[in-house]
Design a protein around this ligand. Sequence first.
Ligand SMILES: [Zn+2]
Length: 201
Amino acid sequence: MVISGTKIKTIASETIPDTCTFCGSTNCIDIQVSQKYSHVFWIPFFPFGKHGTSKCNHCKHILEGDELPDAYKEVYLRMKLEHKAPIWMYSGLLLVVLLIAFGIYSGNKNDEKNQALIAAPKVGDIYHLSTPNHQYTLARVNGIKGDTVYLLWSNFESDKLTGLSDILAKGNEAFSDIAEPFLLSDLKVKLEKDEIIDIER
Ligand SMILES: [Zn+2]
């Protein structure tokens, strides 16, 4: 369950010399600019609007939004332009952008790693594969002769990618005894087509 909502925070306050229309005191009206922002799990996500308030420090009378007299509104509108939402109100949004950027970066890094590993296979390399019937399985490099790579296919499949670690945990039992030859170029194509999803060394 995602807990989200909106909050409001005063970001600017200014005392104006105007006379309070309720108690007649002067120099005691505070004009405040409040910034509304959304939060997700109490992490400020992004700001989305401002709100104006006036408060008489003498009689404590409060006016909000459209209730503000024109003279107060003018001050509020000026202050609203001068004070931008603080950067921390974008925390959640910034976090999402960073996570996406990191995801793309580590995805690219992993692709580079796999391309290097497939180009120079070594005995013991484990290929993570997706099968045409939407299952996942493993294959282990058993030998290399020139451009031919001999693979031991796993006897097991899983319907989940995370299930591959369970198959690998079976050790030698997880793999067939008969090695099947593949051309290195075909293995590269399998990696490009995402039939080989990942390579462990
Ligand atoms: Zn007052």
